[in-house]
Design a protein around this ligand. Structure first.
Ligand code: UD1
Length: 375
């Protein structure tokens, strides 16, 4: 019988690289039984399965199969199904002592709400991040999750400040560093050995990587067209690799913007890539253009210039200390920053403290420490 039964919840692509190192670190604590629960928010092979394989993560012990849907429906399905799982107990028939959630997707918030209402204390990994932009669904997820979770595990100092300002007592907060960078440091040699760039005819340091999927960038035809125009123009001097998220793919088709990519100089339009191929490409790129939260952090850890296609960020350390610049969805700002990168005048950054590959060990220690860690 385990002393501590943890319900470890993942749902969407950016969750997997945060949970994988934590599950590994928990293996050093034999009295812990970590049950892996996949909500199924992401379900495609290339948004989900490939990550379990490449991150060496066990298959989910429990799958909720919630699938896609409007925010209300998706959230409600996780709430309903996760509540049942918690009430049924672990596959071994024991009671769950705690739930562990990561990141800021709908699954994170819904799982937290279900657990807290059943009196199961929740630890939130990547707590405290705030963009102060409530039009982002993730911001709402972050605020709700942190306000009801019991233990808040934080990746950068701004997160601690936000949580203190919101009234959380110090004994709830732990600055543990960035667990996603644990995965990056662990798998970088294996990723680079894959030479994915060669497969696409690219030379290290002589191409850019693009990802776009935020509703604010891809759900408006005009905004998306403006961004694609700058990318098409850039690709005449610098080849670009663009692994396209299903949401963006749907919008490009719906708005009839495919020709902007096919007629461009050299934009390689790819399906979403697995973790290893993507890290191989991003770690040897000249520049990354993205609206992803995780990629802002990964590019900072890698020292690669990152032009963030957002007006704000919940990860300010990537701008203040790292390699990121906020360019919004303003084609002119993007163009100007791309010029700085190409001419070699772009700023250099450094890797934040505690983004050292050992965050999961610190989290595992906090999770397995005395009950006093929880309210
Ligand atoms: C979600 C997260 C976002 C995260 C992103 C990473 C929320 C609110 N958003 O956004 O924070 O940055 O994941 O990818 O939780 N789809 C597929 N296959 C799948 C999953 C989705 O084709 O396996 C398509 C569906 O048409 C779906 C759409 O993508 O409607 C959007 O998926 P969804 O999970 O709602 O949000 P993301 O945009 O992926």
């Amino acid at each position: 019988m385990a002393d501590l039964n943890l319900a470890c919840v993942v749902g969407a692509r950016p969750n997997f690289m945060k949970m994988a190192p934590l599950l590994r670190a928990l293996e050093d604590h034999p009295h812990v039984n970590a049950v892996l629960i996949h909500t199924g928010q992401h379900y495609d092979e290339n948004l989900s399965d490939v990550f379990f394989e490449e991150l060496g993560m066990k298959r989910p012990d429990v799958s909720l199969g919630v699938g896609s849907g409007k925010h209300g429906a998706q959230t409600a399905r996780v709430l309903e199904r996760f509540e049942e799982v918690l009430q049924e107990g672990t596959p071994g028939g024991e009671r769950y002592d705690r739930a562990v959630v990561v990141g800021d997707v709908n699954s994170t918030m819904a799982a937290t709400l279900a657990a807290v209402k059943l009196g199961v204390p929740v630890a939130h990994v990547e707590a405290g991040l705030r963009s102060f932009d409530r039009s982002m669904p993730e911001e709402i997820n972050r605020i709700v999750t942190d306000s009801i979770a019991d233990l808040l595990l934080v990746s950068e100092p701004a997160g601690m400040e936000n949580l203190r300002r919101e009234g959380h007592p110090d004994d709830q907060l732990h600055l543990v560093g960035n667990v996603m960078i644990d995965t990056l440091k662990w798998l970088l040699p294996k990723a680079q050995a894959r030479n994915a760039h060669r497969r696409y005819g690219l030379q290290p340091g002589q191409y850019g990587v693009v990802t776009l999927h935020r509703p604010a960038n891809v759900d408006s035809a005009e905004t998306l067209a403006g961004l694609l125009d700058v990318l098409a123009e850039t690709s005449r001097d610098l080849p670009l690799v663009f692994p396209i998220h299903p949401r963006t793919e749907q919008r490009i088709e719906q708005f009839g913007l495919g020709a902007k990519l096919t007629d461009a100089g050299a934009i390689l339009r790819l399906p979403p890539l697995g973790y290893l191929d993507f890290l191989c490409l991003s770690s040897q790129a000249k520049v990354i253009v993205t609206d992803s939260g995780g990629l802002q952090e990964e590019s900072t850890a890698l020292g690669i210039p990152c032009l963030t296609a957002r007006p704000n960020t919940e990860r300010p350390i990537t701008v203040d200390q790292g390699t990121s610049t906020l360019v919004g969805n303003d084609p002119e700002k993007l163009r100007e920053s791309l010029r700085e990168v190409v001419s070699g005048t772009y700023k250099r950054g450094s890797c934040p403290e505690l983004w050292d590959g050992r965050a999961a060990e610190r989290i595992a220690r906090v999770l397995t420490a005395s009950e006093r860690s929880f309210r």
